[in-house]
Design a protein around this ligand. Structure first.
Ligand SMILES: C[S@@+](CC[C@H](N)C(=O)[O-])C[C@H]1O[C@@H](n2cnc3c(N)ncnc32)[C@H](O)[C@@H]1O
Length: 360
């Protein structure tokens, strides 16, 4: 072996070792991912980002205002800096990054309440995840195994959990409610119905932007429990009727478009066909079914990791699934609907798409 080849071999060995350490570090990060979520939630609970504000603050200063232990606070700030929510701009001095600023309730587009409500969602979703491998073995949801009933029947028996779920959905839907009104010509309709519309956050967003439009909000009794307050707050109570019911039985007549957001992914194909079939039965000739959901790319897109984990969440907790465009076309086709277009909503709507379907 020459000197050069020995040096090259040593360099390749070092590189391989560094890559192996990186791979091991990456796996460790994945396995302990829930610790990062707990760290972010503690930051919200202790109002760390608000206390730092636009300044550079030391852990001692933050601890004095938060009423926390200085040494433990320093450890929390370091972890938040490693998670890129804070930055250690000078030794011992921390400032807030642009991602961290989203934890401040005062920041436009803040995600603070969404993070806070995620604590509730994690508690209700985590037990199902403990049985993910079983769900993969059987293809069945694990929620029923743990709670004895399917997700929505469980909520029906626990009004306080139902209220927590409705609030979490409302938080998660706000981004979509900001972009959907501009993504379709709602102005040409007299009435739009939101099927499984929950507390009305999405429909209120559409009605606010289109003053001549009326709304029908359709959901179960417990799904609608918080809706009167949402509509009253937005001054929309007289433009929107609340209709309790079961979308496996029927959906209300009288709308030119049927919005259906984050519903189909809760259910297996046959039940989606039932829901869409009821929309098709009452759809006027020029009407549209407006499905709002993420759409999986045909080949895996590693940028959308949240979507693939969300898909597993649908498996373990609801028995539903995320779908590709061709899978949406198939369930729509079976319900007598044809997909006309699929548009990525973008902006704060994140990964959501608008799938426009008409009578086939
Ligand atoms: C995942 S949430 C979506 C809520 C809302 N569309 C959104 O995106 O914020 C599912 C909704 O479906 C409603 N739902 C579940 N089963 C239903 C049924 N059989 N009939 C009508 N609504 C139902 C739930 O009450 C809940 O509001």
């Amino acid at each position: 072996m020459t000197q050069e080849s020995t040096t090259a071999a040593a360099a390749a060995h070092d590189e391989g070792r560094a890559a192996a350490i990186d791979d091991r570090g990456y796996l460790m990060q994945l396995v302990f991912g829930s610790l990062a979520a707990h760290t972010v939630r503690a930051a919200i609970e202790l109002r760390i980002v608000e206390l730092i504000g636009g300044k550079e603050r030391s852990a001692a200063e933050v601890a004095a205002e938060a009423g926390t232990d200085p040494q433990a606070t320093l450890r929390l700030l370091r972890a938040l800096a490693a998670l890129r929510l804070l930055e250690e701009s000078a030794p011992g001095a921390f400032s807030v990054t642009s991602a961290g600023a989203l934890l401040d309730p005062g920041t436009p587009g803040s995600m603070a309440s969404m993070v806070a409500s995620s604590t509730f969602m994690e508690r209700i979703m985590q037990p199902g995840w403990d049985h993910l491998a079983d769900s993969v073995r059987t293809g069945d949801t694990s929620f029923e195994k743990v709670f004895g009933k399917d997700f929505f029947s469980h909520l029906k028996d626990h009004p306080e959990r139902s209220a927590g779920f409705n609030e979490a959905m409302s938080q998660a839907t706000r981004g979509t409610a900001a972009v959907l009104p501009g993504a379709f010509d709602f102005g040409r309709l007299g009435t739009v119905a939101d099927i499984g519309g929950g507390d009305g956050t999405l429909l209120a967003g559409v009605l606010r932007e289109h003053p001549s439009l009326n709304g029908i909000l359709y959901d179960t009794e417990e799904g609608l429990a918080q809706a009167p307050e949402t509509l009253r707050r937005d001054g929309l109570a007289d433009r929107c009727s609340l209709v309790p019911g079961d979308f496996f039985e029927s959906v209300p007549e009288g709308a030119g478009a049927y919005l259906i957001k984050s519903i189909l992914h809760d259910w297996p194909d046959d039940l989606c066909v039932t829901i869409l079939g009821h929309c098709r039965e009452v759809l006027p000739a020029d009407g549209r079914v407006l499905i709002v959901e993420p759409v999986l790319s045909e080949a895996v897109d590693p940028q959308s990791v949240g979507l693939y984990l969300g898909d597993l969440n649908m498996l373990v907790n609801w028995g539903g699934r995320e779908r590709t465009r061709s899978e949406f076309e198939e369930v729509c086709g079976r319900a007598g609907l044809a997909v006309e277009s699929v548009t990525r909503l973008g902006g704060p709507g994140g990964l959501f798409c608008l799938i426009e379907a008409r009578a086939a």
